[in-house]
Structures are given as structure tokens and as C-alpha cells.
Design a protein around this ligand. Structure first.
Ligand SMILES: [Zn+2]
Length: 330
């Protein structure tokens, strides 16, 4: 699934800043120009204008795909620049509930009760995701074929990744943590949500059997349920989500599903107006220069075009832009 669309999902999914119709004229003009295939130029707009624009798009019934792509390409570039984020915070505390100072809420019924949670200080958050001292080991929930990626699917957002499995296959906790949810949900079926010590939460859906209860302390690799097809599901698979403060992250930004390991031992979550985007720490970006193409870039960093496309959510045939930042590695 195209990362651009995933990012767009992030933009649209939250609706934290819905309202405000003053930009509607601009939006309508853009929509009309997109429908006519006229060129439009987001680069001439300021960051604030773009945010208002996206804000207004939430009022529309449907957003033209071209416009969504442009906005996301723009946001993707800007997000990697320093002026979009400011402060650093970390969350370690002594409560029995993992990351309690961050959430101040331990809800064992609602999957994501964190609507109010984005705060000024959360502009940029560094999370250590693999650190045995801080109980942050990683084990893949199940090793299997990815059948659906995070992002936009059939006109709906897909908040996680689908991994193929057989009914009864053991599903494991990805990181150490405490089980917050273990219940039946009409959509997710039998579902487990684990809160981790770094503030991330992971969700495991469509299970056939639940093997843990809320409050259980689990270790990475511990079996938390058996795979199945419960809830709204066609065929047995694991639907796996990674969230921070209720906001879905693209699991591929943390986890290298080809090798079943972490992309990086720590990540930086950069708050956007609407959500977070996860950027691996210790992994550099390549800035596209004139005349460069995916083949050359992949070769330079010892990776494959497929990997580059997956990491960056781009299609092979999409032309690269000069100045575009590409994630390398993972
Ligand atoms: Zn799914």
C-alpha cells in the first residue's frame, strides 16, 4: 500500500481539527482544478495554509485522489524538516501500569480512549523500542505473509497490517508490557491490546482464543492468543496494529517484516497537527538529487528497489522529485 495514502489516512483519520469553513473557497478551487487536471502548486502555500487546507478537506464527502497525493507528498517532505517539530520528552514512571504518566488512564474496555491526548509538548517524542534494560525486547507476533498493508484500502483506512495465519496458530506479544484489553469486539473479534513501557500499544485482532486477561504482565514472545477469524474478518489472519496515544502508526516504520526484526532500536515520533509519523533513529535519509533513480539509490545503500518502495510507500514508476527524502534501510 502506498505510504502516501497511509499518510493521508493519518491526516484524515483524526479529525482533531475539523471545522473552520473560511478556507472552503480555496479548497473548492483546488478540487475543481484537480478534476480538470490543471496543475496546482502546494509549494507556494505556507505550512499553516496547508494545515487549514487539510482541515477543510475533512468537510468534503470525498477527496480527489490527485489532491490527496500532492498533499501527502508535501507533508512527507515537510515532516522531515526540523521546523515542524520542537521538543523532546520521554516517558518512564513507577506506576504499576506501563507508561501511566503519559496516559493517566487504564481502560480495560475501550480500545482507544485517548481522544484528548495530543499535547503541545508531544511535538517530538523519542521512544526506545529495543532495550533489554527497559523491557523493550521485540518478537514478531507471528511469522507469516503480509496480506494487507497499513493505509487506505477500498476507500477505508486500514489501521494495521494483516498477517496470514492458520486457525490455532500461536500469536505472541511483540514487546514486553501489560495487557490492557482482552475481550470480544464486534469488528476486531477477540482482541488483545498490550500497553508497553515506552508508551506504544499493540493490538492483535480476529483471534480464535484469548490466552491473557487485562492486567497480565507479558513478555515479548509470550503467547497471548490463538489465531483465527473472529469479528469482521474474511479468512483467518492476524490484524496487527501499533499505536501511540491512540494514533495508528504504520508498523513498517518500526518493524522490518521481511526479516522479522526492528527497523531500528529507537524511533522518533514526530507529531503532526493530526497524528504522528514514526522515523527510525540512527537511520539516515537520502535526499534525491537531479538525475537519480531508485535503482541507483538502492544500489548505493545496499538495498533493493522493493525495499525502498515499501519503506517509503512509493511506487516503482512514480518519478522521484529532486529534494525528496527517502528512508534508507529497514
Ligand atoms: Zn486488518
Amino acid at each position: 500500500m502506498n505510504k502516501i495514502l497511509s499518510l493521508f489516512f493519518l491526516l484524515l483519520s483524526l479529525q482533531l481539527f475539523a471545522g473552520g469553513g473560511e478556507k472552503k473557497d480555496t479548497v473548492q478551487a483546488l478540487v475543481v482544478s484537480v478534476q480538470k487536471d490543471d496543475p496546482f502548486d502546494l509549494d507556494s502555500m505556507s505550512g499553516k495554509d496547508i494545515i487549514s487546507l487539510i482541515d477543510s478537506l475533512l468537510d468534503l464527502d470525498a477527496v480527489p485522489a490527485n489532491l490527496a497525493k500532492e498533499i501527502n507528498a508535501y507533508a512527507e517532505e515537510k515532516l522531515l524538516k526540523h521546523d515542524f517539530y520542537i521538543s523532546l520528552t520521554g516517558f518512564y514512571d513507577s506506576s504499576i501500569y506501563p507508561s501511566n504518566s503519559l496516559y493517566q488512564k487504564w481502560d480495560t474496555y475501550n480500545l482507544y480512549p485517548y481522544r484528548e491526548s495530543l499535547r503541545e509538548k508531544d511535538d517530538e517524542v523519542k521512544l526506545i523500542i529495543a532495550d533489554s534494560l527497559n523491557h523493550c525486547n521485540f518478537v514478531p507476533p507471528i511469522k507469516g505473509l503480509i496480506t494487507s498493508n497499513f493505509g487506505w484500502r477500498d476507500g477505508r483506512s486500514h489501521n494495521g497490517m494483516d498477517i496470514d495465519l492458520q486457525v490455532w496458530d500461536p500469536v505472541k506479544a511483540s514487546f514486553d508490557g501489560m495487557v490492557r484489553i482482552s475481550r470480544y469486539h464486534p469488528g476486531y473479534g477477540r482482541v488483545v491490546v498490550i500497553r508497553h513501557y515506552n508508551g506504544l500499544e499493540t493490538l492483535y485482532a480476529h483471534l480464535h482464543r484469548l490466552k491473557v486477561e487485562p492486567g497480565d504482565v507479558v513478555e515479548a514472545g509470550q503467547v497471548i492468543g490463538l489465531g483465527g477469524s473472529s469479528g469482521r474478518s474474511t479468512g483467518s489472519h492476524l490484524h496487527f496494529e501499533v499505536r501511540f496515544k491512540g494514533k495508528a502508526l504504520n508498523p513498517r516504520h518500526l518493524i522490518d517484516f521481511n526479516n522479522n526484526c526492528l527497523v531500528s532500536d529507537s524511533i522518533k515520533l514526530i507529531k503532526t497537527k493530526w497524528s504522528y509519523t514514526a522515523v527510525p533513529l540512527g537511520i539516515d535519509y537520502h535526499t534525491v538529487e537531479s538525475g537519480e533513480h531508485l535503482y541507483g539509490i538502492a544500489k548505493k545503500y545496499g538495498t533493493t528497489i522493493t525495499n525502498l518502495c515499501q519503506m517509503n510507500g512509493i511506487r516503482r514508476n512514480r518519478p522521484l522529485r529532486v529534494g525528496q527524502k527517502l528512508r534508507i534501510g529497514g
